[in-house]
Design a protein around this ligand. Structure first.
Ligand SMILES: Nc1ncnc2c1ncn2[C@@H]1O[C@H](COP(=O)(O)OP(=O)(O)OP(=O)(O)O)[C@@H](O)[C@H]1O
Ligand SMILES: [Mg+2]
Length: 247
């Protein structure tokens, strides 16, 4: 589904250049649920934006579902995004002056689907998220968890093969975070690949594989079977810090 070789990315602002990704190699198969972790500024969003064809890279190669993504025209990139990709963001990115149904229907509007058909589908997806009775509510009338479920419904309506989620639980309390993760797990169980950025270890531990970015490269890949052990190790570290703080 995703194959990346020796990928590099720098940001150039004025005379400064910041080398953010310094040779990423990565393969993600159809149906995997992968978390990307790493400290703030380590390049997680940069990588996710490149994977979602929202941004370009400088060097290396990226194949998405067999297509080489490199110096694509905006038209071709938009077509690939429409056909393959859904996005979920920390801040929901809903349009404030459109109701829940219209927000969910938006991708279909851009694909030229007529109003009746897109609203019908939007209601189906809202129903799947348990939000049918919220269809005509505006985003500011909804809780964070509800807004994120609207955003997930919107990401699903064009039937993507992959969902990219950049800290989807970052603005939610624990209960809503777990609910969003349960929804993402259910979507994944239907065969959709999920790639999620998170700061939270317990959230990451719900995926099949964790990738840790550090200093522009993948410093560590932790697979399913090792997750428990790794959580245990992390719990020990937290305990040690607590002991030190109390001392
Ligand atoms: N458009 C941009 N122009 C210039 N520099 C940028 C741009 N976007 C990101 N950066 C810089 O690139 C580095 C990586 O940013 P990125 O947003 O990918 O980090 P991140 O791992 O997602 O961090 P966070 O956990 O805080 O979201 C940071 O130093 C950031 O300041
Ligand atoms: Mg980020």
């Amino acid at each position: 589904m995703i194959r990346i070789n020796n990928l590099h990315k720098s940001y150039v602002t004025g005379s400064n250049s910041l080398h953010v990704l310094k040779g990423i190699d990565l393969e993600i198969k159809q149906g995997e649920f992968v978390s990307i972790m790493g400290s703030s500024g380590s390049g997680k969003s940069t990588l996710l934006n490149i994977l979602g064809i929202l941004d370009n890279y400088d060097q290396g190669s990226y194949y998405l579902d067999g297509n080489l993504v490199k110096d694509m025209s905006e038209k071709k990139a938009a077509k690939l995004r429409n056909d393959l990709v859904g996005f979920v963001f920390q801040s929901f990115n809903l349009i404030s002056f459109k109701n829940a149904m219209e927000n969910v229907a938006l991708p279909l509007y851009y694909q030229g689907v007529n109003r009746k058909k897109r609203n019908k589908l939007a209601l189906e997806y809202l129903d799947k998220m348990g939000l049918l009775e919220w269809a005509d509510h505006m985003p500011n009338e909804m809780s964070g968890g509800q807004k994120q479920r609207v955003a997930i419904a919107r990401s699903l309506i064009s039937q993507p093969k992959i969902i990219f989620a950049d800290e989807p639980t970052g603005a939610l309390d624990t209960a809503n975070s777990y609910e969003v993760m349960e929804i993402l797990k259910a979507i994944n169980a239907e065969g959709i690949t999920i790639i999620l950025v998170t700061h939270e270890h317990d959230i990451a531990a719900m995926s099949d594989k964790i990738i840790r970015l550090n200093d522009g490269i993948i410093a560590e890949t932790i697979k399913n079977g090792d997750l428990k052990n790794w959580q245990h190790q992390y719990a020990k570290e937290i305990e040690q810090v607590k002991v030190l703080q109390q001392a």
